[in-house]
Each structure stands twice: as structure tokens, then as C-alpha cells.
Design a protein around this ligand. Structure first.
Ligand code: HAM
Length: 423
């Protein structure tokens, strides 16, 4: 018979996280939760899909994430268009407004850990389903450089806690919405003469999203950008003061940073502070984390006029950046139960369930095979002890308990087994 179907495969740009890898993920999540709790952040979980419009209105119609990467769902609900979330900020803001969080607390410090989806061309460090740890601080009258500094310092500390070394923190400011407008006008003027030298995407960006030309990786575009003079002349005195204060606070906190005038970020909602943390070992997809301030997004989506700042880091990229670090061992199994013949099997099965009822992790092979083969399975399972039950032991009311580390074996009264293993 010929094979009609090929073997199913995981969708391109997505990964299974296998049992052998899960302890690394759990370790990251546990450490992140612990650190975030010390900064008084609380977890929020929003749906993995939202109305497409939420992303269009938040991230901007001209952003690449919306324009080219949004994974929209074919839905049978006629009145709604849905898309998988490409990031977490828009959803958190939607939930903040919907649940009137501003009326419950002066300042909401929220974090999330979860899968995000972007229809990107997959490559090392660039996936279609990836995971972020993100934080958002939202509240009225919270636009203070101290909060920006706290969020940036937290981002750096989080990466350090997760074992990332030698990362670079880049910061910049976009200023107020008016400053941004002045900046885009000035940029268009400066680039005008060289538009035809830009890549096709950037020629399109020139009208629609001129900031993005600054961080295009194409060498021709880089050369054009290198030829223009960038500065903070478009910023109001107030924006300049805010940025200067931020830098002073970061210096006071001994957070090392570089000012990068081409750092503009790809999502429309940012105003004032923007930042990015990179690590060179990651190659072209070198951003581990990124964020910034977005003081107008909540109001733009119909909520109160409150200020906000946040960041998100990519877990897969953190794993790539820490590949050389020691990984935590998987949780070991405590006991492997071996039944030597069919007659004692039911009793061995009862012993197994009694161990579990006491919270002792245990397993068995469910099939009576040779002692050698079952010992091999116990070894593969990484079990600390083996409990062996044969006809002899059964008659004496004991089991043989083997310590897999020392190789020592002794007879233990069946009713004393749990007590012994618990101790
Ligand atoms: P973002 O720069 O689009 O910002 O993504 C943040 C991080 O997510 C990146 O630095 C990277 O580590 C990871 N990431 C993004 N796309 C991919 C991908 N295709 N594959 C693997 N990892 C990826 C945001 O998402 C904003 N919501 C951050 C933020 C929060 N700003 C304010 N609050």
C-alpha cells in the first residue's frame, strides 16, 4: 500500500518544548516571577487572540508587525475579525480599560508570560510562535523618569538573573507626539535627496513610517542614514529635561547604557523613552528585550488619560544567549517499582499508588519483563531508588529497596517503606 499522507510536522517557525527542555523553561519562569514579585508586579493573562482592530489601532497601521506579520484567523463568527496576538502590550491595555483598573489602583504594575505570534520569515532567533516575559506599568500621573529608570533597571536585572551576560543596553528618546512629528518632518527633509538609494521597503517607509528607515539593516540604507546628522534638536525643552533626568538616574543606579540616536522602535505607540537590550552572540536577531514609554495609548483606545511604560523580552532568545550556562537538572524520579512476576504485579501496583498518595514521585513499567530490562528502565527514568517485589519478598511481607546511587540493597518491611522514603 502506498503512503497517502506525509508525516505531520510542527508548523514552520514554531517549536515543541520537549520534556527534556521543560525544566529550563520552568526555571526561567520561576526566577522571573520571584524577581517581579519583589518589584510588586502582578501577573495578568489575556487571550492569545483579540479583535484584529485592537492591534491595528495600537501598533499602527504602518508598522511591519501589523502590515506584514499579523496572523489573522479565519473565523466563523461573522461580525468580528480576530488575530493572534503579536505582542502583549495592546492586550494588557485593552484589559486595563475594560476592567477599569484605573479606578481600583493608582498604579498598575502588571506582568505576563506567554506565547506571541508573528508571520515572520523564520530564522535563528526569529520564530512565528515565540514567548515573551513582559511588564507594563500603567497609571495616572506616572510619567516620571524614575519609573522609566526602574523599568529599565528591572529589565537588566531580569536578564542577569536569567544568566545572560555581556548584554548592551541602548536608550533613546522620541519625545512627545509633537516632537515625533517634528522629528519625522526633519528626517524626511534630510533623506529627501537620497530616497532613490534606499531599499524598496524604505522607499515605502519614507512616506508611511519614516522612523523605520533609521534601523533598516540593508547596507545601502545604513550608508544613507550614516550620512545624515541626527540629534535631539526636534525635542521640546521639557522632553529634553525628562531625558536628561532619566540618564542621571540610570547613572546613579549604576546601570550601564549607550545612547543610540537611530533607536526608534517599530511600534507606533511609543513616546519619549525607548530602549533595547542586545547581545552580539545572537547574530542578526540580537534583541533580547525592548520597550519604552507609551503615554497616549490608553487614551487612544478609549480609556482614561494615563501614562505607561513597559518592556518585553523573548524567552527563546534568552535561551540562545545562555546556551553555555548550566541548565537546571530535570526533576528526578524518587522510586521505580519492579514486579518480578505476574502474580505479584497487582501488589506492586498497589505499592506504587500508596507511594504516590504520600507525594513520593514513582513509576513502573506496567509490564512484567526481566529484572535486567526493568532495571534499565529505572535507570533511564533517572530514579533514585528501586523497589523490587518478587515471590520471596511477597511471602515475607517485605520489598527489596535498592539505592541507585550507592548500589546498596536491603529488605524493608512493606508497611515501613513510605516512612523510610519520606524521611
Ligand atoms: P518587540 O521589540 O516587538 O516589543 O519584542 C520584544 C522582544 O520579543 C524582542 O526583543 C525579542 O526578544 C522578542 N521577539 C520579537 N519578535 C520575535 C520573533 N519573531 N521571534 C523570537 N523572538 C521575538 C514588543 O513586543 C513590545 N510589546 C514591548 C513593550 C512592552 N513595549 C512596551 N511594553
Amino acid at each position: 500500500m502506498t503512503k497517502q499522507f506525509s508525516v505531520p510536522r510542527v508548523p514552520r517557525g514554531t517549536n515543541d518544548i520537549l520534556p527534556s527542555e521543560i525544566s529550563q523553561w520552568q526555571d526561567i519562569e520561576t526566577k522571573a516571577r520571584k524577581l517581579l514579585a519583589t518589584y510588586n508586579f502582578r501577573e495578568i493573562r489575556t487571550p492569545v487572540f483579540e479583535q484584529t482592530n485592537l492591534f491595528k489601532r495600537s501598533l499602527g497601521q504602518t508598522s511591519e508587525v501589523v502590515n506584514k506579520q499579523l496572523l489573522e484567523l479565519v473565523s466563523h463568527v461573522p461580525e468580528e475579525g480576530f488575530a493572534l496576538r503579536p505582542e502583549g502590550t495592546a492586550s494588557v491595555v485593552r484589559s486595563y480599560i475594560e476592567n477599569s483598573m484605573d479606578r481600583q489602583e493608582g498604579i498598575s504594575k502588571l506582568f505576563y508570560i506567554g506565547a506571541m505570534f508573528r508571520g515572520e520569515r523564520p530564522q535563528k532567533g526569529r520564530l512565528r510562535q515565540f514567548h515573551q516575559i513582559g511588564v507594563e506599568v500603567i497609571g495616572a500621573n506616572t510619567a516620571t523618569p524614575y519609573l522609566d529608570a526602574e523599568v529599565i533597571a528591572l529589565n537588566a536585572e531580569l536578564l542577569r538573573t536569567l544568566g545572560v551576560k555581556d548584554f548592551r543596553l541602548k536608550i533613546n528618546t522620541l519625545g512627545s507626539p509633537q516632537d515625533k512629528e517634528h522629528f519625522s518632518q526633519a528626517l524626511r527633509k534630510a533623506l529627501q535627496a537620497d530616497v532613490d538609494k534606499l531599499c524598496e521597503d524604505c522607499q515605502d517607509r519614507f512616506e508611511r513610517n519614516v522612523f523605520r528607515i533609521l534601523d533598516c539593516k540593508n547596507s545601502a540604507c545604513r550608508a544613507v542614514v550614516a550620512g545624515i546628522k541626527l540629534g535631539h534638536g526636534h525635542l521640546s525643552a521639557e522632553s529634553q529635561k525628562y531625558y536628561a533626568e532619566l540618564k542621571k538616574i540610570l547613572q546613579g543606579l549604576k546601570v550601564e547604557f549607550e545612547e543610540v540616536l537611530t533607536l526608534v522602535r517599530g511600534l507606533d505607540y511609543y513616546t519619549h523613552t525607548v530602549f533595547e537590550i542586545t547581545q552580539s552572540s545572537l547574530g542578526s536577531q540580537d534583541a533580547l528585550s525592548a520597550g519604552g514609554r507609551y503615554n497616549d495609548l490608553v487614551a487612544q483606545l478609549g480609556g482614561p488619560q494615563v501614562d505607561a511604560v513597559g518592556f518585553a523580552c523573548g524567552i527563546e532568545r534568552i535561551l540562545l544567549a545562555t546556551a553555555e550556562e548550566n541548565k537546571p537538572p530535570a526533576d528526578p524520579l524518587t522510586v521505580y517499582v519492579i514486579a518480578l512476576d505476574e502474580k505479584v504485579f497487582p501488589k506492586a501496583f498497589r505499592i506504587l499508588q500508596k507511594l504516590r498518595a504520600e507525594g513520593i514521585s514513582s513509576d513502573m513499567s506496567y509490564k512484567v519483563s526481566s529484572m535486567k530490562s526493568q532495571m534499565r528502565s529505572a535507570d533511564k527514568a533517572g530514579s533514585r531508588y528501586v523497589v523490587i517485589l518478587g515471590e520471596d519478598e511477597d511471602q515475607k511481607g517485605v520489598v527489596a529497596l535498592k539505592d541507585m546511587k550507592t548500589g546498596e540493597q536491603k529488605e524493608v518491611k512493606e508497611d515501613k517503606l513510605n516512612e523510610l522514603l519520606r524521611g
